[in-house]
Design a protein around this ligand. Sequence first.
Ligand code: HXC
Length: 517
Amino acid sequence: MALSPSLVDELARRRAQALEAGGADKIEGRHQRGVMSARERLEALFAPGTFQEVGLHARHNTRAFGMEGRPLPGDAVVCGTGFVDDRPVAAYSQDFTVAGGSLGEIHARKICAMLDHAVKAGVPVVGINDSGGARIQEGVGSLSAYGQVFYRNVQLSGVVPQIAVIAGPCAGGAAYSPALMDFIIMTRHDANMFICGPEVIRAVTGQATTLADIGSAEVNASVSGNVHFIAENDQHALDLTRRLLSFLPANNMLDPPHRLTPNLLLEDDPALDALVPDSPKTPFDVRLVVRALADDGDFLEVMETFAANLVIGFGRIGGVVVGFVANQPLVKAGTLDIDASDKGARFVRFCNAFNIPLVTLVDVPGFLPGIMEERRGIIRHGAKMLFAYASATVPKLTVIMRKAYGGAYLAMCSQDMGADLVLAWPSAEIAVMGAEGAVNILYRKELNEADDPAARARALAEAYRDEFASPYLSAGMLFVGDVILPRQTRSTLALALRGLLSKRENRPPKKHGNIPL
Ligand code: HXC
């Protein structure tokens, strides 16, 4: 018995109508601006032919404001599942061509269904945001709908990776869904994200500002630290999403996608010996070290332009996926400040939640001294680093390259913070504080009375460095497991990581800790 042609026709008609979204003219307008449609974005994210849409026939049920009978195809959001590198992913993509991508009850139910699916199936979720926010015609119902999305974002946190792409407007409370997710990728020219726009700011504070000043991708990535990656356009944003997913497990019960090398033993890399300057005062770009340690130099840096004094990101060593955390001597001498502490601590917690071992590279003269740092709470923020590392039960490997001073030494995953292995290079200086500072405190009287105080201070600092800051002193006290040449670092880390792949560390049960926020 064949299906009646009228049924086939009706399905075709309904599908065509839904797929037309807000109209061919609107989609064409986007193409002219170099912007993809909502559905094209999902097709660009997933392997060809793997996108399975759900909720295509969704309809809103609003009657107010002349909405009755007004078709909003898909209720302004395209949802479904697909495959990235042969791994399933759930996704949704707001459709600005339909009622400005505004979020009403049915729209939110579609998103929530994807989030629920992600938990049940144990797969990552990607949310592409392009929306005028709460659908005004649906009133408080759309606020509640946002609440349901936020609630699920929190339930999913630490269970499956959540990635937000901001590819258009994302204003007001709507920005809190991406903020609750793990990573935000924002397109440079077509997106904005803010809580209160320029008009509201002017009305309330009298201050004049622009959208670019408060909500551009650049400001969100470099100044406020809301955004983890800037993409040049839609295609780049989706390429970045796939690249990020290539380092992440599908859920918190699985290992990340290691690509273990058949050979346990890696070659030494003599180039590393030359990367770090002899003088502890000469800065170097720590990203060169990270790339030299990562397989094929492949390093995905996260939050590149925010708190650049700390470098974080993903790579592999001997095929093992790792999260790198490294002081950057090129910026603020590699000190830890409030922003760097926030950045590092959240990254460490993400890696721990998703079973990604941590490799910490240390060259830190201390926490950043400053009146504003103290007044804004460097104590509270710096404590996040200690809390995050001490709570992390994933394999933790630390390499002390040069300076490791004071509390910042501990905050960069020292032995006492539970590091499984601490290595030091011969150039390492591990001490309560830098030699110059220590000498000024210990020998103030003697220096005041010296004929040539500067020369005396230099000599005393040298002696302090040799006597108190030497890595062999720390190695002798078992704070450092071994002192190795830089060239041996990659092979040593690779072997140690392989030995720690089945690490288990049990802690007393609790609801959750109370990280200083
Ligand atoms: C219903 C909306 C809408 C909304 C846009 N549209 N936003 N419909 N509810 N929130 C509709 C417009 O009426 C228009 O419909 C179409 O989408 C395109 O909008 P335009 O204004 O023509 O587009 P554009 O000039 O590109 O401007 C985009 C925009 C602007 C900057 C996003 O639309 C805007 O300011 N929208 C309102 C933003 C806002 O204040 N939202 C509420 C935020 S509060 P037609 O039929 O003409 O095509 C919020 C609370 C969430 O979201 C709280 C959660 C806790």
